[in-house]
Design a protein around this ligand. Sequence first.
Ligand SMILES: [Zn+2]
Length: 316
Amino acid sequence: MNNINRLLPGNTKSIPKHSDVDNTEWLALSRSKATRQAAVNSINLELDRKVREYVSSRDFRRVVLSTGLKEKVFDYVNRYSTILSSKGLPSQELGMFLLAGDSPAVSDVYIPPQYVRPAYCEVEFGHDDAVRAEYGKDIISWAHSHGALGVFLSGEDKNTMRHIVPRETKGLATTIDFEWGCNRLSTTLREYPTVVVNNNKGIFCGKAWSYERYVMRDGKMDLEVTYSDDSLLDNLPVVEVEGEQPKSYDAETIDAELLSRVSIPVESGVAKRYTVYRKLKNMPDGVSRKVVSDSSLTDRLRRDWYERIGGREISR
Ligand SMILES: [Zn+2]
């Protein structure tokens, strides 16, 4: 009888059924469409109230990191900056996925394959399985370095956090239980923390979140995700907690990861090339970001991209 799916906007992958909700009783009682819709509205009012109560504290709006993670991020950014200057290149952005295991803190970062420019980076999603195998953790959101620039969330960054990250990553999920009449219902709240850093150890933290609300679909009660709110303008200080630690690393690990996954075009006339690049935002024709996960395909893509942009790679 329960047919409650979590539907992310634009995401068609199948999602496990929600098992906590029994809607048999009220469906039997509420036969007319209008009555059922009124019941759903009333459930959502109670749910909204419960979620508002949960997210209203200042602490909720802050980003929680495992101790040691901030240092790891700065070590990566520092090494990146050293590699770039050793090759005579200007500062470039760097995208990072944020990872979490069983605890609700962000506890590691992963450098995804990406194309970078001084004020732009385009990362590939679709590496969830590889990351889980290597780290035993999930990709829950993303972070990035602004290199030599200041730390803030640009309009594009906020847009990424509100629309792309919730579609492409899992977020940190919390189940919130509430009561409606004598029914015990629940919803899933998802948090998407983000961190912007720079070469001078500047850090900006913010968070977006969403939760599931009830809808009537084909006469059945479903859940669908609604974008809720964010603290992307606040830059509240991070909360650091003991717990799951980031995977250990050294300078060699960092270099190997950066050099194999970050593609930096080197060419003259950067301003002009940059315009061309912006037009290629969605990657070479016919390739979905979601399927780009094996390294040979990535290499082919990279070559193709350099051919089109007329640049070349930094030597390995
Ligand atoms: Zn940015």
